[in-house]
Structures are given as C-alpha cells and as structure tokens.
Design a protein around this ligand. Sequence first.
Ligand code: A2P
Length: 317
Amino acid sequence: MNTLEFANGDSMPALGLGTWKSKPGEVFGAILSAINIGYRHIDCAPIYGNEKEIGEALKKCFDDKIVKREEVWITSKLWNDQHHQEEVVPALKNTLQDLQLEYLDLFLIHWPVVVKKGLYRPGSADGFISLKELPIGDTWMGMETALEKSLARHIGVSNFSVKKLEALVAGAKVKPEMNQIEMHPYLSQPEMVSFCNKNSIHLTAYSPLGSFDRSPKVKRMDEPVLMNDSILSAIAEEHGCTAAQVLIAWAMKRGTAVIPKSVSPERLKQNFEATHVSLTATNMEEINTLNKHYRYIDGSFWTPEGSPYTIANLWDE
Ligand code: A2P
C-alpha cells in the first residue's frame, strides 16, 4: 500500500474509505468490511451524520482484535458553525466521543466558510458569517491548540484554494499538513498539486469517482458521468480492471491520498484492489487530457443571494 509520509515520521495509507453519504444503518457494515479487507484509513466528518455508528464499528474492530487503534488512520473535520477559536477543541472532543477515540490522526477545517451556530447549509444570507468577521487564522489557532493537546496528531484543511493556503501558511505557527479537495481527472488541479508539493502539504482527493450518489439538491442533472468516460473505460479494458479502479490508481500514482466511498463489500474489495493496478506513463498522459476543471461539488450551496461567499471568492478563481 502506498503511504504519504509526514515530517514526524507518521505514515498515512494513500487509500482510505470515504464515509460521506454512507447512511446510518449502512456504515457499520461498511467499516467492518473495509477493515477486514485491509483498509487502514477512514475519512469521517461530524456533518456526515454517521460518526456514532462509525465509532461503534471501530470499537468492535478493536475489541475483536481485528486491528489495533494505532494501525488505523482516522481523519475527521471541523464543521462550519464551530470556527471560533475556543469552539474548536470542544467540537473535536464531541467527534472523539462519537468515534469512541482518544485522538484523531488528522483533523481538518472542513470548509473556508463560517455559518451561524447549529446551521448546516443556511438557505439565506443571514445564516452566514464572513471570513472578515471570523478569519480562518482565528480558527487555525484553535486547530493548533488541538494539536498541542494531542487530541489530533496532524492538522490541515479542506476545500482551500492556493490563495487561502498561502495566506494560512504565511500566518500560522504550525503549517497545515493536508488539503482535502475534490480531485479526479475532470478536475485534476495541476496548480494545486504543484503548490502543495513545493510547500510540503499533502493532498487527499475526495469524490474521486464523481460522487454519483449525491442528493439531487446538490447535483446537476446534465453533469458528466466520470465513470462512463470512454478513455477511462479503454484504459480499464487494457488492464483488465474497472474504471473505478483506474480512477483510484491514477490518484495514487500522482502521490495523493484518495478516499472512494462505498458501502458494498464487493466494491470495497474492488476499490482496495486498485492498489495493484499499475498505470503506464502513457495512461497517465491520456488521463491528464481529460481535465476540464469540472467541479461536481461547486460550493453553490454557500452562495445564496446576499451571502458573503461567492463562487469566485470561495475558489479564488
Ligand atoms: P456504493 O456505495 O453503493 O458502492 P465517490 O467516492 O466519488 O463519492 O463515489 C461514491 C459512489 O460511487 C457511490 O455511489 C458508490 O456506491 C459508488 N462506487 C464506489 N465504488 C464503486 C465501484 N468500484 N464501481 C462503481 N461504483 C462505485
């Protein structure tokens, strides 16, 4: 299994299990299957609404001695309504309680977006707080405290642009070690990859399969279906594997972590076996031609009329 190496010597398995959209009732079985198959990296977030059930599944895996806590890399995230510096550690403690863990391997700021307490996706402008009123630097100091208290071994961000990363790196005592972003061949983000390589920031690719199972509320009906791409299908045929496996192998060959979501034991196994798919340089070049800077998760849910957030200032592009 490929790993991503951290400055303190820790290793993160490049392939992890995504749990966004894994419903309560399904996620317990998915975690058990995944751990039994060999997954040693689970990506979580409180906003996914399933951390308690993931915690039960992890506890069973530890109690049954299938795996030890220190053998599994567990990531979770800070939701947008807890960005005040003093809210960060209590938010992390809640997540730890739900996951039944003493510490996280990695804790991320989920979005560079702030919403009022208790809100998920405000439907109107008055549910938002701007980054001028509550700067990311304040939230980051809370993240640094989480690290000092050893509640998280590493800290980072998610959905950050190069511009926001630059600003954070310039002002931070502890630099972010990860940016988790949407990344797949239709959104390969070469500038981000190059910036992060230069600044020793790792990348994790979310929605690597195109997140076809998103709710209709955050999905365009005419969107391109990544897994049906004819170039990916041809490469899959060449290797005797599936398009999903090509997508996972591509992400790992670029040196990023990748967190495909599945709740099906067969597909969990298939995705795990993508670690054996060895793409050629020609395959990589062919896949790189597919980039069209297409976001499945475009962040438009943060931009109702009058919101301080716009598509332009969210992605800085
Ligand atoms: P399921 O959970 O039923 O397996 P993403 O990781 O980009 O968010 O994509 C997740 C979607 O892709 C889910 O609908 C998931 O369904 C599906 N999926 C996961 N692995 C595979 C696979 N190997 N082949 C086809 N679909 C997959």
